[in-house]
Ligand binder design. Structure first.
Ligand SMILES: [Zn+2]
Length: 417
């Protein structure tokens, strides 16, 4: 592999330090050296890439990815797609994410059993372009829970696998471990739009969560939960669930419990999906009035308050907005970083660190992902402008001038130079 020297860049290294004019040398798949000076260092054998004053920062990391979701309006549409076509969509989505500047993704559920797993493997083998991926199981849900779209007279599926009782959960969780999933996903609370189980309901039993948690421990995997209600979050924490998605309807007790284990858990409030569903889904028949009737307005407001409280208490909150629906499409994921600034009041630096430095941690590779430091993997993006002055740049495809993953330029002007 060739060596590349980035010159004439502002380095936003995502350690938390202010950006500085400098140069970065990439050798093989890793960053070899970082010079915090504008003067060009002499590196004989490296190809020089002039960053033209742009910002060089780590590739973004999506903690709640659905690379197998199809940007559909109704989740039941996913159930109608045969697995072969579905894989092609997933491959396309993976490329889209990379082009949008995301070099790593933690999947928050695969729409079919093995889609995430084969996608992860194909990307890791260099066969197809895409971000580094931690693969998830499909969403494990209960009869009547989020994702159960069956009718009494007609079997239908979408993205979920419906299981009842600890034994069924245990068997399916083990099957997914056998197939190679990194994460076991459970739908513990309900969700707006599921009449039998709205967001404030907690429908997965303690025994069922316990069963999945035990399997994860035995096989060395992680559990991630769809947990909107305070009770769902508490049940998850009792059984050591590490990744809490949504956590929108928290009470004081849930906040206290999350704070007490803040070194061990990650929370991704997924505000993007709530926001877009409430305010931008009208072309698909979801009016703001309809959203209010579903409780989305109240949930967004409470979700904002919950996330703010978690941030104040030092709990790691990460972006990730359930991108993969018609009004919230894959590739727009960096919008959640902007939501962190505009809706939660984080500083642009804090919001960017949540998608880089903390992203490395949720990838379980904080020692080599999510920052620009010697020895770290060379997952980098070059942004035309200053994302600290305008975080919206991170979701502007034209502003992402170059994407490098593992030392290879995969998107951008350096590609054929
Ligand atoms: Zn999701």
């Amino acid at each position: 592999m060739e060596s590349i020297l980035f010159t004439n860049v502002r380095v936003l290294d995502c350690s938390g330090a202010a950006p500085y004019a400098g140069a970065v040398l990439v050798r093989g798949e890793r960053i070899e050296a970082v010079w915090p000076v504008a003067a060009v260092p002499q590196v004989g054998d490296a190809r020089t890439l002039d960053g033209r004053g742009g910002t060089l920062m780590p590739g973004m990391i999506e903690p709640h990815a659905h690379l197998t979701f199809t940007d559909c309006a109704r989740s039941v549409e996913m159930g109608f797609i045969p697995v072969e076509e579905h894989l092609l969509i997933a491959l396309r989505n993976a490329r889209t994410m990379l082009e949008a500047g995301f070099t790593s993704c933690v999947s928050a559920a695969s729409a079919k059993k093995r889609l995430d797993i084969v996608l992860r493997n194909a990307i890791a083998a260099g066969e197809f372009p895409g971000p580094r991926l931690l693969a998830a199981s499909p969403e494990m849900t209960v009869t009547g829970g989020l994702g159960d779209v069956r009718l009494p007279h007609m079997y239908r599926e979408n993205f979920a696998v419906i299981l009842d009782g600890a034994d069924e959960f245990r068997r399916f969780a083990r099957e997914m471990c056998r197939e190679g999933a990194d994460t076991l996903k459970v739908n513990v609370s309900g969700d707006a739009g599921t009449p039998s189980a709205p967001a404030q309901r907690t429908v997965m039993s303690e025994a069922e969560i316990h069963a999945v948690s035990e399997v994860a421990l035995d096989f060395g995997k992680r559990v991630a939960a769809h947990a909107r209600s305070a009770e769902a979050v508490k049940r998850c924490l009792y059984y050591h669930v590490e990744i809490l998605y949504h956590a929108t309807l928290l009470d004081e007790e849930a906040l206290d419990q999350l704070e007490s284990v803040r070194e061990h858990v990650f929370v991704a409030p997924t505000l993007g999906h709530l926001y877009a569903t409430l305010f931008e889904a009208e072309p698909w028949g979801l009016t703001a009035e309809g959203g209010r009737r579903l409780g989305l307005e109240e949930e967004l407001q409470r979700g904002i308050e919950s996330a703010k409280a978690l941030h104040r208490r030092g709990v790691r909150i990460l972006p990730g907005g359930d991108y993969g629906f018609a009004w919230n499409p894959i590739g727009a994921n960096a919008r959640d970083i902007e939501h962190f600034v505009k809706l939660l009041g984080l500083s642009p630096m804090e919001a960017i660190l949540s998608a880089t430095k903390l992203g490395g941690q949720i990838m379980m590779r904080g020692h080599e992902l999510g920052q620009i430091r010697p020895g770290y993997l060379a997952d980098l993006i070059l942004v035309d402008g200053d994302p600290l002055a305008n975080v919206g740049l991170l979701r502007d495809r034209d502003a992402i001038k170059l994407v490098m993953k593992g030392g290879s330029v995969c998107v951008g002007e350096g590609m054929h130079a």
